[in-house]
Design a protein around this ligand. Structure first.
Ligand code: ADP
Ligand code: MG
Ligand code: ZN
Length: 485
């Protein structure tokens, strides 16, 4: 039977975090913070005779993204009218870019689950304006134009993605970069970042491009991955059964976890693109490009490489830490406060994330937790110095996470310091052996796994505070001593 592979290209729309809209002075507002149709003006309402003006800040933010995605910035770009016949854009067209986009021919490096990396080529990055919002109720449609004219960046990849996992990796990396650049919050559930995969499949080894479908309405990266996986399987089944894939725009049904046909796709001809006569061709000088390049922050991949180099972290740990800038900052603050980098990384990606998950808190909010970076550093140091053991550290971390405070002070106040005194532990060990004669006999008869049980008993007596290494040694010694009994 033929093996198939997926061919996927992503179109991503990102609203730009500017103060005002793309072509007018209206503020950019959150959909929840303004009543419908209150943040509008003649320009974004599409009144006859008005003239658009390009928002310079939007161009700067777009430029940042183009540069971060290793694109070439052509010396000029141009806006174009794209015919659009829905009531959420009253002009009857959307101002976008077509023949001359802001940025072209870049690439994004993605990290694959097996630890390898791959470059996905970026075809283009262009500026456009967002549409308003339509709400359909009881047979009528409500129009809110607050979002009409909000600056939107479209980022289009080449069809270099070969699986749902790669699509997910691409989405995660791109989202992280947009957040690092401060151009977009990455909040897909609010619709400010929208990712639309174009999907086809073909026999492995072939270089053909078969008919594709495009999926819209994905409100999270997880949904993106699931929708891709579903659609890939659906298309393979179609080809295998002698059927054909129909070119279409699909939606993702979150409840049933299936793709559903929304409409048969328009072609570029239907959009009747032509150069926007009301806007000048936009020249981007070499100086402007270099200024933009110089102002780029350290991006996730560079930060990951620095974390590996400077702190000796594994590639995996470093990748997890840099996925959210807030987490990377928290990590570096804890290291600055004196925490051992590897231990700090372990605690963050283990216990701290576990606590945050349990609370339903996003990783990007790590800066707001009660366990401060300095407290984590001091906790890690207490373990390394042997003042407390790992199991006490875990309990203490939970307390610090819930209440805040200083680890050293808590260890003193609650008497949590580890006990390694051999005399004290030796007595407890003897008591535990006396109390468990059956288990001792079985151990001596060769059931070595009972050592774990006996260690557990001693730990319980010591309320978790015993030095596990000393306990293990004393237990083994005393058990040997009882062989002759
Ligand atoms: P349009 O502008 O009509 O949506 P484009 O040709 O610009 O179409 O491509 C949009 C996206 O679809 C790009 O990411 C591109 O790589 C991807 N794409 C194009 N052809 C295919 C195909 N046969 N299978 C999967 N993806 C494709
Ligand atoms: Mg498209
Ligand atoms: Zn306006």
């Amino acid at each position: 039977m033929t093996a198939y592979e997926a061919v996927i290209g992503l179109e991503v729309h990102a609203e730009l975090q500017t103060a005002s809209k793309m072509f007018c002075g209206c503020a950019v507002v959150d959909s929840t913070s303004a009543a419908p149709n209150t943040v509008v003006c003649p320009v974004c309402l599409g009144m006859p005779g008005v003239l658009p003006v390009i928002n310079q800040r939007a161009v700067e933010l777009g430029l940042r993204v183009g540069l971060a995605l290793n694109c070439t910035i052509p010396p000029f770009n141009q806006f174009a009218r794209k015919s659009y016949f829905y009531p959420d854009l009253p002009k009857g067209y959307q101002i976008s870019q077509y023949d001359y986009p802001l940025a072209i021919q870049g690439w994004l490096e993605i990290d694959l689950p097996d630890g390898s990396t791959k470059r996905v080529r970026i075809r283009r990055v262009h500026l456009e304006e967002d549409t308003g919002k339509l709400t359909h109720v009881d047979g009528s449609s409500l129009v809110d134009l607050n979002r009409a004219g909000v600056p939107l960046l479209e980022i289009v990849s080449e069809a270099d993605i070969r699986s749902a996992e790669e699509a997910e990796a691409y989405a995660r990396k791109l989202r992280a970069i947009l957040r690092y650049l401060g151009v977009n919050s990455g909040d897909m559930s609010k619709g400010v970042l929208r990712m639309e995969p174009n999907i086809s499949v073909r026999p492995v080894g072939s270089s053909e491009f078969r008919t594709r479908t495009e999926i819209k309405n994905l409100n999270s990266i997880r949904s993106l991955a699931r929708a891709c996986a579903y659609e890939i399987e659906r298309q393979i089944a179609l080809w295998e059964s002698g059927g054909q894939v129909q070119q279409a725009t699909l939606g993702w049904d979150e409840v049933r976890q299936v793709t559903v046909v929304q409409r048969v796709k328009e072609s570029a001809d239907d959009y009747r693109y032509f150069p926007e006569p009301d806007l000048p061709v936009l020249e981007i000088s070499a100086e402007w490009v270099e200024e933009g390049r110089a102002a780029l922050p350290e991006l996730p991949d560079a930060k990951r490489d620095r974390f590996m180099r400077d702190y000796g972290l594994s590639r995996y740990d470093a990748s997890v830490l840099v996925a959210e800038q807030a987490v990377a900052d928290y990590f570096e603050a804890a290291v600055k406060a004196g925490g051992d980098p590897k231990q700090v990384a372990n605690y963050i990606t283990g216990e701290v994330f576990r606590q945050m998950n349990a609370e339903g808190r996003d990783r990007e909010d790590i800066g707001a937790i009660k366990l401060t970076p300095a407290a984590l550093a001091s906790l890690v140091t207490l373990v390394q110095q042997g003042t407390i053991n790992h199991s006490v550290a875990r309990q203490l971390l939970e307390t610090l996470y819930q209440q805040g405070g200083d680890p050293r002070a808590l260890v003193e106040a609650q008497g949590l310091a580890q006990v390694s005194d051999e005399a004290v532990l030796g007595e407890v060990v003897a008591r535990v052996l006396d109390a468990n004669p059956a288990e001792v006999a079985r151990y001596l008869a060769g059931e070595e796994k009972l050592l774990k049980f006996l260690i557990g008993q001693v730990m319980r007596e010591m309320r978790g505070k015993a030095d596990a290494q000393v306990v293990t040694r004393l237990l083994t010694e005393q058990l040997q001593g009882r062989r002759g009994d």
